[in-house]
Design a protein around this ligand. Structure first.
Ligand SMILES: Nc1ncnc2c1ncn2[C@@H]1O[C@H](COP(=O)(O)OP(=O)(O)OP(=O)(O)O)[C@@H](O)[C@H]1O
Ligand SMILES: C[C@@](O)(CCO)CC(=O)[O-]
Ligand SMILES: [Mg+2]
Length: 317
């Protein structure tokens, strides 16, 4: 039996703009997805958290249209793309394709902006690679993962899959990846962030990304978001960093991906913390708050008063 894990992610600045090549900053956080792959008489996919199972021949997986499979689409697309890559690049032969039982379990709340799809995708890629004993390096894993999210969603950046693969703190620009070390990373490690689960999303990332594509002022807003990203890279002051988060949130609000509930929690983060913003595709899901240690008790009391679930997130690197 093979057991592999992948973390979650939060986007500190630049979501949605990054799909069009603008800069973004994201970080891997300490929630994980676990993928187990074991020998089986037939190929079965178990999505434990969704309480769903699917028996499907490998031959069908290699030829499927993933978007006909609902919640299985990321896992099936990851299996398909990984096996096709191993067949063409790692001397795997069709006769080697023994059936398997693949099981996914995750700590990451689903469709909340924390990269649950990307973490599911990357852990599946790693699981299939290990099961067929064809090791992949991080670049191969991240590349396959990006193509999976793009195939499922129609549009995607490398942000989520790269962050979950390489971990740490990354800057993304034009789908290229730069690992951030030193100043900003040390500053981020000195910060305390709370992730607040605000509400269930009514739309998937794919839908939200496609809605933004049709926004008439999207590029003007993206340019303003990129100014926030660039300022944040040399800002080692929590007051200013929190204000930049708030500015980014309001630009995402102008893009139409926030909700009244997200805005309400962001305002709490702005009043009782240094700042806050939605994280991920939006449309519901989570807000990230930069904690002001001097007002932390008031912040917690306010979140509890509003019935908002929260947890402290820590960078994984
Ligand atoms: N634990 C899981 N088990 C199986 N499939 C999962 C799991 N978590 C996520 N998925 C897949 O990912 C989909 C959610 O992906 P989506 O991109 O909409 O949300 P997200 O990745 O959590 O948010 P964001 O992309 O904004 O970070 C689910 O519908 C399902 O197909
Ligand atoms: C909304 C988006 O920017 C981040 C989703 O977590 C989409 C992407 O980058 O692929
Ligand atoms: Mg996703």
């Amino acid at each position: 039996m093979v057991v592999v894990e992948s973390p979650a992610k939060v986007i500190l600045f630049g979501e949605h703009a990054v799909v069009y090549g603008y800069r973004a900053i994201s970080m891997a956080i300490d929630l994980k997805t676990t993928c187990t792959v074991e020998e089986s008489d037939t190929t079965i996919i178990n999505l434990k958290d969704l309480k769903k199972s699917l028996k499907i021949p490998i031959e069908e997986i290699l030829n499927l249209n993933v978007n006909e499979y609902g919640d299985f689409r990321y896992v099936l697309c990851a299996i398909k793309n990984t096996i096709l890559y191993l067949l063409s690049h790692k001397n795997l032969d069709l006769k080697d394709l023994k059936p398997f039982k693949l099981t996914i379990t995750s700590q990451i709340p689903i469709s909340c902006g924390l990269g649950s799809s990307a973490s599911t995708t990357i852990s599946t890629i790693k699981g299939i690679s290990a099961f067929y004993e064809r090791p992949l390096d991080d670049n191969e894993i991240a590349t396959i993962g990006y193509h999976v999210e793009k195939e499922v969603q129609g549009k995607a950046s490398v942000t989520d899959t790269a962050t979950i693969t390489y971990k740490g703190l990354l800057e993304i620009e034009n789908n290229t990846i730069r690992r951030i070390e030193g100043g900003l990373k040390d500053f981020i490690k000195s910060c305390k962030f709370l992730i607040c689960y605000c509400e269930e999303r009514k739309k998937k990332t794919a839908e939200l990304v496609n809605e933004v594509a049709n926004h008439k002022n999207r590029d003007d807003i993206f340019k303003l978001i990129e100014k926030v990203v660039d300022t944040s890279k040399t800002t080692f002051d929590k007051e200013i960093f929190g204000e930049l988060m708030y500015i980014n949130h309001n630009l995402l609000k102008r893009l139409g991906v926030s909700t009244p509930k997200l805005d309400e929690v962001v305002e709490i983060g702005k009043t009782y913390g240094y700042g806050a913003k939605l994280t991920g595709a939006g449309g519901g899901g989570c807000v990230i708050i930069l904690v002001n240690e001097n007002k932390e008790d008031e912040l917690i009391n306010k979140l509890k008063e509003k019935g908002v679930e929260y947890f402290e997130c820590r960078m994984v690197y």
